[in-house]
Design a protein around this ligand. Structure first.
Ligand code: HEC
Length: 187
C-alpha cells in the first residue's frame, strides 16, 4: 500500500472528490458538478471565484490531513503523548492571525475530547448533520459581493488504529469529526 493510500488524505480524499462532484447548486451557480457533468467542453465555470475558493479548500484539506496523519504515524504511540491536533491548532491559529483563512477540527460524535470542539455555529451544526448522514463534503456561500466567503466541511474518519489509542471505542473508518473551513471568495 502506498503512503498516500495509507494517509487520511487517501482515505478522505477519495470521498472528498466524490463529495465535490456531488455538489449541485450553491448560490444559484452550478459549480464543479456542472464541469464534471459536461466533461472537457465546459471550460468556463459560472462562478470562477467560487471555483477557486473550493479548489483552495481542497488543497488545504490535503495539506492539513496529510500533516496530521503523518505526525500521528511518526511520533504518536501512547495516550499520554501530544496529539497531532495540537500542532494543527497552532497552524490553524497562525493562518487565521495572518488573515488567510480560518480552519477548525470539530467533533461529529456528540462526545468530543474537548467540549470546545463541539459544533457551535449554524453552519457547523448543519455540517455535522450532513457529515453524519454520509456526505464527505458540505459547503455554503455566505455574504455578498466582495465579502463573500465559502464555508466548507470535510469529513475526518478514524483513519487508522493510532487514532483509536486516544479516541476510545471508535473503529477505523467511522466518522470522528470534520474540518470546518472559512475562506474568502476573492473576485
Ligand atoms: C495521543 C492521543 C490522540 C491521538 C493518537 C489522536 N487524537 Fe484526536 N484528539 C486528542 C485530544 C486530546 C483532542 C482534544 C484536543 C483539544 O484540546 O482541542 C483530540 C481532538 C480530536 C478531534 C476534535 C474533536 C474532539 O474530540 O475534541 C478530532 C476530529 C480528532 N481528534 C481526530 C483524530 C484523528 C483522525 C486521529 C488519528 C489520525 C487522532 N485524532 C488521533 C487526542 C488524540
Amino acid at each position: 500500500m502506498s503512503f498516500r493510500e495509507r494517509t487520511w488524505a487517501g482515505v478522505a480524499g477519495v470521498g472528498l472528490t466524490a463529495g465535490l462532484l456531488a455538489v449541485t447548486t450553491v448560490g444559484g451557480f452550478r459549480g464543479r458538478a456542472a464541469r464534471a457533468d459536461s466533461g472537457a467542453q465546459a471550460k468556463t465555470a459560472a462562478d470562477p471565484p467560487l471555483e477557486r475558493a473550493r479548489e483552495q479548500v481542497k488543497m488545504l484539506d490535503d495539506l492539513y490531513k496529510t500533516a496530521v496523519v503523518s505526525i500521528t504515524e511518526r511520533y504518536v504511540g501512547k495516550q499520554d503523548e501530544q496529539p497531532a491536533i495540537m500542532v494543527a491548532k497552532d497552524v490553524f491559529g497562525a493562518m487565521r492571525k495572518q488573515g488567510w483563512h480560518s480552519a477548525k477540527l470539530l467533533d461529529a460524535t456528540g462526545d468530543p475530547m474537548n467540549e470546545s470542539n463541539a459544533p457551535q455555529t449554524d453552519f457547523e451544526k448543519a455540517a455535522v448533520k450532513e457529515i453524519n448522514a454520509g456526505k464527505p463534503y458540505f459547503d455554503r456561500v455566505v455574504g455578498q459581493g466582495k465579502d463573500r466567503r465559502l464555508l466548507a466541511a470535510t469529513v475526518v474518519p478514524v483513519v487508522n488504529k493510532k487514532c483509536a489509542i486516544c479516541h476510545n471505542h471508535r473503529k477505523v473508518g467511522e466518522v470522528l469529526g470534520f474540518i470546518r473551513y472559512d475562506v474568502p471568495i476573492k473576485e
